[in-house]
Write a protein that binds this ligand. Structure first.
Ligand code: HEM
Ligand SMILES: *[C@@H]1O[C@H](CO)[C@@H](O)[C@H](O)[C@H]1NC(C)=O
Ligand SMILES: *[C@@H]1O[C@H](CO)[C@@H](O)[C@H](O)[C@H]1NC(C)=O
Ligand SMILES: CC(=O)N[C@H]1CO[C@H](CO)[C@@H](O)[C@@H]1O
Length: 519
């Protein structure tokens, strides 16, 4: 008798579990039906061969969004909701703190701030946040200034010879070193080759993760592991982990926190020292700390280096620009032209004169026009062209459409930033789009620059300051020009980031009176 009761209740519980599960999923699929879906087939889903060509991603997104602002794309059986509308993006990003890379990043990047989900991510974010307080940022400014003045010297030979160079190749390396030294507080001998090896491996890793996302046959973990072995990628993964592993060994095991000689800033908060502490409290294992380091490189370096190139190229292209506002500087007779690069230069020289150094105050509180130029570049060429999120609960969009829980969301910043509803002339670079009035004329927070909400970029201020420092020093010393007339939308391509098909060819000319004559 009791046996029967037990069996019966067991069956009841089992049946109601199935019913509940079905009901829950029924709602999920019902809610999905509210959104238009891209054509999908069994097994492969929506993926077409042309979608798998990685540097064609920009075209793919344009095709997907051709007649809709929201669209469901099927990665095989798995749906992903793609968004490009500012209202939708801000609703999701503001209320959500989860990223889901389908578990595709693990082999390359391990588990850290970028890839972790839920509670583990919170721990990472808490560990790293103190490295980005204003006090720390001020300290970094000193390091940027030192570093980038060396960089300016590196450009001298090209100013003398007058040849046009692809600036990106020079920018990338100097950024990597700055990140290693300032933000991480890493003190050890690293050869240029080691740093470059890490930079290349980071790029390869991000590229391969995206490639896997776009190649359904690489989705199963077993197949991917075999693919990694056969294609020799395991070597790159080793290279990727070499420097972070060495840093854990040589920097973190040394229990004396690293001191900064110069400033009276609390040096306990540079990343290495935060990690030494976390290691001593046994709150993080060595492997976890290595992964956190690696993911900070992944998030911080490729993104940073390219953008500087875009701003420099824009300043080189836009020697003058038509703006019919009340500008004090260099207006021509009809008040409709400003010499843009000259305006940036004058802002700099008015602040620091011809030869003085930049201070952290200059970078924090001044050079506002340069900042407008940087923000406009971020709008048009944001290196984080698209990102992935995952809903944890249901979200109600502005028009009352409900987004189901447990759904992957793809956010396409690149298209959101070129929305004609927000920017009259979205393919035209113009820093006036970020004047105080222009910002006020758009909905609050519609500038998505570094994303919004709890999971937005941890390095926002750092990136802006480092950029300002680098560009200010270059413009302070050189006049820029280029053979490119305009960076048209068709000159761009997108893979892990937005790229220029025509490179970043720039010619540097000395500005200082001390420049050698007759060369
Ligand atoms: C121009 C430069 C940069 C841009 C445009 C940028 C943009 C972004 C974006 C859009 C995200 C994703 C946010 C989201 O999911 O909503 C992100 C995340 C992140 N970024 Fe940046 N970033 C830049 C530079 C940096 C730098 C210099 C660092 C480090 C020093 C950094 C560290 C991170 C980290 C750690 C995350 C993950 C945050 C988390 O998941 O909690 N980024 N960034
Ligand atoms: C942004 O710049 C473009 C290009 O000059 C201009 O046409 C447009 O009016 C600007 N938009 C805003 C909101 O200022
Ligand atoms: C990014 O956008 C927000 C508004 O969405 C703005 O408050 C912030 O200043 C912007 N940051 C940069 C660096 O452009
Ligand atoms: C802008 C861009 O295309 N990204 C580049 C960043 O720099 C590295 C190193 O030079 C290049 O490999 C990337 O292609």
């Amino acid at each position: 008798m009791t046996f029967l009761v037990v069996v019966l209740s067991f069956v009841m519980v089992f049946l109601s579990a199935i019913l509940l599960y079905k009901k829950k999923h029924q709602r999920y699929y019902d809610l999905l039906k509210q959104f238009p879906s891209y054509r999908a087939y069994p097994i492969i889903g929506s993926i077409k061969p042309s979608h798998c060509v990685l540097n064609n991603l920009l075209k793919t997104f344009e095709e997907l969004f051709k007649s809709h602002d929201r669209i469901i794309y099927w990665f095989g059986p798995k749906p992903i909701l793609l968004l490009k509308n500012f209202d939708d993006i801000s609703t999701i990003a503001n209320q959500n703190s989860d990223r889901n890379l389908f578990g595709f990043a693990y082999q390359w990047l391990g588990n850290g701030i970028l890839t972790h989900r839920h509670a583990e991510w919170k721990k990472s974010r808490k560990l790293l946040t103190p490295a980005f307080t204003s006090g720390m940022l001020e300290k970094y400014c000193h390091e940027f200034n030192k570093k980038f003045s060396t960089f300016v010297d590196k450009l001298k030979p090209f100013a003398v010879s007058g040849e046009e160079i692809n600036i990106q190749e020079y920018v990338a390396d100097s950024k990597m070193e700055t990140t290693l030294e300032s933000i991480m507080g890493i003190s050890m001998e690293m050869s240029e080759k080691e740093v470059k090896g890490l930079g290349d491996a980071v790029y390869q890793s991000l590229y391969d993760i995206l490639k896997r996302v776009m190649s359904p046959w690489l989705h199963p973990h077993i197949i991917y592991s075999i693919y990694l072995k056969l294609s020799g990628k395991t070597k790159i993964i080793k290279e990727l982990n070499r420097l972070p592993t060495k840093i854990v060994k040589e920097n973190l095991k040394n229990t004396n926190a690293r001191k900064y000689q110069s400033e009276n800033v609390d040096s306990s908060k540079c990343i290495v020292n935060l990690m030494i502490k976390a290691r001593q409290d046994s709150s993080f294992t060595d492997t976890r700390l290595k992964d956190e380091l690696l993911e900070m490189f992944g998030a911080g370096t490729d993104t940073t280096s390219q953008n500087v190139s875009f701003t420099l190229l824009m300043l080189a292209i836009h020697q003058d620009i038509q703006v019919c506002n009340s500008y004090r500087f260099h207006n021509t007779k009809n008040d409709c032209y400003i010499i843009l690069q000259q305006k940036v230069y004058e802002e700099i020289t008015q602040l620091v004169g011809e030869h003085e150094e930049f201070t952290s105050d200059h970078l924090f509180n001044h050079l506002k026009y340069l900042e407008q130029c940087i923000r406009e570049t971020l709008r048009m060429f944001n290196p984080a062209a698209s990102i992935l999120r995952q809903t944890q609960k249901e979200h109600v969009l502005k028009d009352n459409t409900i987004v189901p829980a447990d759904l992957s969301i793809g956010i396409v910043f690149h298209l959101a930033h070129r929305d004609t509803a927000l920017y009259e002339n979205p393919h035209k670079w113009n820093p006036e789009n970020f004047s105080t009035q222009a910002i006020a004329s758009r909905p609050k927070g519609s500038d998505l620059n570094f994303s919004i909400g709890p999971r937005s970029c941890i390095g926002t201020k750092y990136a802006i300051l480092s950029n300002k420092s680098q560009i200010a020093q270059i413009i302070h010393n050189y006049h820029l020009s280029t053979s490119i007339k305009e960076l048209k939308p068709e000159y761009l391509k997108m893979d892990i980031s937005i790229r220029s098909k025509v490179g970043f060819p720039i010619r540097f000319t000395h500005r200082k009176k001390t420049r050698p004559e007759n060369i």
